[in-house]
Each structure stands twice: as structure tokens, then as C-alpha cells.
Design a protein around this ligand. Structure first.
Ligand code: 8DG
Ligand code: MG
Ligand code: MG
Length: 150
């Protein structure tokens, strides 16, 4: 089988904003199966957070983010100790908007890892949320800028 080093790993995930909505997908995974999560994945060796966000979003949804308007929002520490294979992620949360307006449609390009992507109003998020996201929402975190997006 696969040997996994027991060390903390870095994940980069994206709040892709469209109007008052964010893009979420229902996970197909041993970690957080069936919960709604942001697009994102593991930081690769030598990558910037922005490069990782662009790459993961493209791989998972086919969507292109506006590279000039991406911002780092926050970082959280997530220990998944209850899993059959315990894992530990330092998760970097980025914010972004689609390149070239809001016309692009998300595609489910990794159907073995996700049941599908959709836009959800921040005021009416689906349940259950993936635990690290749930924790942030409950703490009052809001990914939207104080002045509305153009
Ligand atoms: P990769 O092979 O494409 O690099 O990885 P992936 O298959 O896309 O990994 P992932 O599970 O989507 O993301 C890696 C870890 O990031 C995940 O196991 C836990 C952490 N993580 C959070 N919050 C979120 C989130 O909202 N969405 C995603 N996708 N991952 C998250 O802590
Ligand atoms: Mg991925
Ligand atoms: Mg992923």
C-alpha cells in the first residue's frame, strides 16, 4: 500500500465569489465524505499560494480565476485525528472571482472526488459543511469584501 508521512501538509482552498454566492462541491472522500467544501488541494513543491489556487480550481472545475484579484484571507490549523488515517492540514484560504465576468460554468472534472459543483448564497449555505469550513462560518467569518464586488 501507500505510505503517507505523518507530517502536517499545506492545503490551499478558494472562496470563489459570484455576487452573494460561493462555489461549493460535495466531497467524495474518506475525509469529510458528502460534506460541502471549497475547491482546492495540496500545495505542490515550489508553488505560490496563488499558483496553487489557480491550478486546483482549473483541475477540479475547469474555471479560470482572475489572477490579479486574488487575495489571501486567512489560515487555519485543521487536525483530522478521528480518521482511519489521521491527517493534519494547515489550510490557506484565498478569495477570488472568475476571469472575464461570470459566464463560466463549473464542470465536475474529478467525479471520483466530488459529486458536483454549484453556487450557494452565503446567507443560505448547504448542510453539512466540511468541518474546517463549518468551524469558520460558526466563528462569524465572512469571505466577502466590505465594499461590494464590481
Ligand atoms: P490534490 O491531489 O488535488 O492536491 O488534492 P485534493 O484531492 O484536491 O485534496 P482536498 O482533499 O480537496 O484538499 C486537501 C485538504 O485540504 C483536505 O483534505 C483538508 C483541507 N481542506 C480544508 N478545508 C477544505 C475545503 O474547504 N476544501 C478542500 N478541498 N479542502 C479543504 O481544511
Ligand atoms: Mg485537487
Ligand atoms: Mg480538492
Amino acid at each position: 500500500g501507500t505510505t503517507i508521512a505523518v507530517v502536517p501538509r499545506v492545503a490551499v482552498v478558494v472562496f470563489l465569489l459570484r455576487g452573494k454566492a460561493v462555489l461549493l462541491g460535495r466531497r467524495r472522500s474518506s475525509v469529510g465524505d458528502s460534506t460541502f467544501a471549497l475547491p482546492g488541494g495540496h500545495l505542490e513543491f515550489g508553488e505560490s499560494f496563488e499558483e496553487c489556487a489557480v491550478r486546483e480550481l482549473k483541475e477540479e472545475t475547469g474555471l479560470d480565476i482572475d489572477k490579479k484579484r486574488m487575495e489571501l484571507l486567512t489560515v487555519t490549523n485543521n487536525v483530522f485525528s478521528e480518521q482511519p488515517k489521521p491527517s493534519h492540514y494547515v489550510t490557506v484560504f484565498m478569495r477570488g472571482v472568475l476571469a472575464d465576468g461570470d459566464d463560466q460554468l463549473p464542470q465536475n472534472l474529478e467525479p471520483t472526488k466530488c459529486y458536483g459543483w454549484d453556487w450557494y448564497d452565503w446567507a443560505n449555505l448547504p448542510e453539512p459543511l466540511f468541518w474546517p469550513l463549518e468551524k469558520m462560518v460558526k466563528s462569524g467569518f465572512n469571505p466577502f469584501p466590505k465594499s461590494p464586488l464590481e
